[in-house]
Structures are given as structure tokens and as C-alpha cells.
Design a binder for this molecule. Structure first.
Ligand SMILES: [Zn+2]
Length: 451
């Protein structure tokens, strides 16, 4: 089912909650855009217009445009335009009035609701590259696979690589708050996505480590990364709802549910991203999730026949998302670091081994919040908070429909070694099947793309 059709679906819960298409006002003190310029020739003069609160994603911060100075003259106009149109924009109009492509530069509005505050000019790489000229240095904390040396031992094909695994959601006592929980039948094990992703992560950690990689779990228990809780986010929730509803007053229950969401989605993923970008600085992040389909009444959930898989990479920004100053800035950082090429080729390899390992057919989006970028039916490009904020290649996995009857039976069987008869078929544990099929794809990818 299309994730955007609101029908208490887990697909919505699992994916759409981590998008940030909606707007949040920020205090006036944060609203003035950065006007510090290292390259005065690349800037337009700021005006003296009074500042307005900037349009930002939930709990987003006003970008420091000066960070883009390091990417001046590092991309050609053709490549910039191609990446933008092919992958990052939901449609041709999505960046209209926000990112303008001129012959020698991209002109980017700094604060979308106040053009008089100026533009950031990103100059393109000019002319033809001379023979013997040094390779371009694109600032990024992660190492592209072609820069990694071949391993000394063939049994360690992932040597030199730092992989961070992000087990989606929090699970444990938070599973019901974050609405990643259901139970069918009195004496059954509840289906808890945050606990299931953690099981897969721990199996993957030992497999990838044995193959030579350095592996970090972004979460290794059921504790949130963020220190903030819903009660402390009520003022932010009210502010965001006021902006969204205009003159209508938000109800108390709406403020509470929004504050909860700010806790377990926005604040949680932003805390994880700080850990990834400031401390871990991995070469890639693998985000683990399980999917679900609409199950009707949440108090009486029902099984569905569907079961499928898909892999998300970052892209497909809507106009509303690009209007948000921080999202526009984050899009540009990803584009300039060329994460797309690595995410796409990695997703290709992982989709093949997951197809073989799980036997799952591809999921098809029917809405416009995701788009297909090549002929692989398993790969979709979509703007999620995690795959936007982790500033390195990210693959975001969505196999198995948790309210499918067979998947439910496999979760009841738990984790086990070897194969067991589940229903009419002998199967690996669902957790090992997931972990092994992803690991096999990563090995194939790095074997092909390392030096
Ligand atoms: Zn999920």
C-alpha cells in the first residue's frame, strides 16, 4: 500500500514518521541566516530587512552556509544539474526559486522566506580538467571504497572499513510509545520492531567483524540516544502546531502526541546523527528496519498476505522540504559529497543478495514521496531524516511485512541456529536470514569496488 495513504499503517509509522516535510518555527534569535563570508565575491550583499523566523525541519538548526566554502569549484555544472534532477528533486519544479543554476555557479537562497537576506553562490568547476592534474579533494569524513586498500587476507574482505549499524527505533519499554508494537493472540510474543532490528544488528555485527570490518552499533540496547523526553518538548510541539494550524488552537492531546513524536523521531534521530557525524565518522551506515502493511483497527490488528522488501537511498526532496533552509543545505552537502553513487551501487549489490536470501518480491511506491532512479525495482530514493542527516553513504533497509502471517510465525520461533520447519518450509531464523543476506551484499560490493 502507498505509505502516504493514512490508514494506521505500519508502513506510515515505519517510514513516514522519520521524514520531515513539515515546518517548525525557531526562536527569532536563531532566525538570522549566516552572513559570514570567506569568499566575498561569492556572496550577495545582505539587506537590512528585519529577520523572520526561518523555515526549518522539526528541531532543525539554521545552517552555516560557510560550510559549503570547502566545496567551491569541486563539481561541474553538468554533474551538479544531473544529480539534482535525476536523484534529489521530486520533480522539475521542486527547487524553483530556491536553487538557481547559472552558467558558472549555483545560486542558493539562504533563507527561503526572506530573499533579501541574500544568496550563497557555489561556483562550478570550470573548463576541462588538465592531464596530470591532482584528483579533486571533496571534503568528507568517510573513505570511498576505491581508496581502501585490498585486504592482506582473503578471509577479511572488509578490512579497513568502518561500518555503523543503526537498528531502527528504540524498542523495549518505548515500543508502544513509538507505535512499533502489536500483538495478535493472547499467548504470543509481541511484535516489536525496535527489538527485532537490534537482534539483526547484533548478528550482523559479529559477521561483519569476522570479515575484517570495524563495526559500531549506533544503539546496542533499548535506551534512547536523546536526553530529551516528550514532556520537555511540549513547547516545541506547540510552536510547530501553531505554525501548521495558523489561527486554530491545537488541542491538548494533539500537543502531547506531537511532543511524543518529537521525542522518539526528531530528537532521537538528531541525537544519533550527532553521534555518527561528530564521533563515529563511519564509511557507511546501514539502517535496519522491518516493514508492515495497514492492519485496520490497531486494537484488533489483522494479518495481510503481502510480504516484500525495498531499499531506500537519499533523494526525492519535495518543494516543501527544499524550502526548509536546513534541508536544502543538507541536500547540497550530500550532493557535493557524491554519496548517491555509493549508495546506489551498494543498494544494487545488497538488493541482489537479499532477493536470493529472503525470496521477497519488491515493494512498489504509488505516491510521489519516493522515486525510482534505475531499473532495479527494489531501490527507491526518498528523503528520510536518518538517510539525510548521517553524512556518509546510507542504505536504509525495509524487508518483511511484520503483520504477514508467515513473518509473525517466524518471529514467534525466535532466533535459532540452522534451519527449522516453520509452517510447511524449512527456514533460517528471520534474524539470521536478514543479517546474512545484507552481509553477503556488502561483501560483494566491497570486493568489486575496493582498490
Ligand atoms: Zn521502521
Amino acid at each position: 500500500m502507498p505509505p502516504q495513504s493514512q490508514n494506521s499503517s505500519w508502513v506510515i509509522l515505519c517510514i513516514s514518521l522519520v521524514t520531515s516535510a513539515t515546518l517548525l518555527s525557531t526562536p527569532l534569535s536563531l532566525a538570522a541566516p549566516d552572513t559570514v563570508t570567506a569568499k566575498p565575491e561569492a556572496e550577495t550583499a545582505p539587506s537590512t530587512a528585519p529577520p523572520k523566523p526561518a523555515l526549518l525541519a522539526r528541531l532543525g538548526k539554521t545552517p552555516n552556509w560557510k560550510r559549503l566554502d570547502a566545496y567551491q569549484h569541486t563539481i561541474s555544472r553538468t554533474e551538479f544539474q544531473r544529480l539534482l534532477q535525476h536523484n534529489y528533486l521530486q520533480n522539475d519544479e521542486a527547487a524553483e526559486g530556491l536553487i538557481e543554476i547559472l552558467p558558472d555557479r549555483a545560486r542558493i537562497i539562504k533563507q527561503s522566506n526572506q530573499p533579501e537576506l541574500g544568496y550563497y553562490d557555489l561556483f562550478f568547476l570550470s573548463g576541462t580538467t588538465k592531464k596530470n592534474s591532482p584528483p579533486l579533494k571533496v571534503p568528507r569524513y568517510w573513505t570511498p571504497p576505491w581508496k581502501l586498500r585490498s585486504p592482506l587476507h582473503s578471509s577479511k574482505p572488509l578490512e579497513g572499513l568502518h561500518i555503523a549499524i543503526d537498528p531502527g527505533h528504540i524498542g523495549g519499554e518505548y515500543a508502544q510509545i513509538e507505535q512499533r508494537w502489536y500483538r495478535i493472540g493472547k499467548d504470543t510474543i509481541p511484535i516489536t520492531e525496535g527489538d527485532m532490528t537490534l537482534k539483526v544488528a547484533k548478528i550482523m555485527e559479529s559477521k561483519l567483524t569476522a570479515l575484517g570490518a570495524r563495526v559500531t552499533l549506533i544503539r546496542d540496547d533499548n535506551e534512547p540516544a536523546t536526553k530529551l523526553r516528550a514532556d520537555e518538548l511540549k513547547a516545541e510541539a506547540r510552536k510547530w502546531l501553531n505554525r501548521k494550524l495558523g489561527s486554530r488552537k491545537p488541542s491538548k492531546s494533539k500537543i502531547e502526541s506531537t511532543a511524543k513524536r518529537l521525542f522518539y523521531v526528531s530528537s532521537e534521530i538528531r541525537s544519533r546523527s550527532e553521534q555518527v557525524n561528530n564521533k563515529l565518522k563511519p564509511d557507511l551506515v546501514v539502517c535496519l528496519h522491518f516493514n508492515a502493511e495497514a492492519w485496520g483497527n490497531p486494537r484488533k490488528p489483522s494479518f495481510v498476505d503481502k510480504n516484500h522488501n525495498h531499499i531506500l537511498i537519499n533523494g526525492c526532496y519535495s518543494k516543501g522540504e527544499i524550502e526548509e533552509d536546513d534541508e536544502r543545505f543538507e541536500l547540497l552537502l550530500r550532493l557535493l559529497q557524491r554519496t548517491y553513487y555509493y549508495e546506489l551501487t551498494m543498494a544494487e549489490e545488497v538488493s541482489k543478495t537479499m532477493r536470493r536470501g529472503t525470496g521477497l518480491p519488491p515493494y512498489t511506491y504509488t505516491g510521489d514521496n519516493a522515486k525510482s532512479v534505475n531499473s532495479n525495482p527494489y531501490i527507491w530514493t526518498r528523503n528520510l531524516l536518518a538517510n539525510r542527516l548521517y553524512l556518509c553513504p546510507v542504505i536504509f533497509l525495509e524487508p518483511y511485512v511484520m503483520n504477514n502471517k508467515d513473518v509473525h510465525a517466524r518471529v514467534q520461533a525466535g532466533d535459532y541456529k540452522g534451519i527449522r520447519k516453520i509452517g510447511k518450509t524449512y527456514r533460517l531464523s528471520i534474524y539470521r536470514e536478514y543479517a546474512e543476506s545484507v552481509t553477503a551484499g556488502l561483501v560483494n560490493y566491497f570486493k568489486k569496488h575496493k582498490q
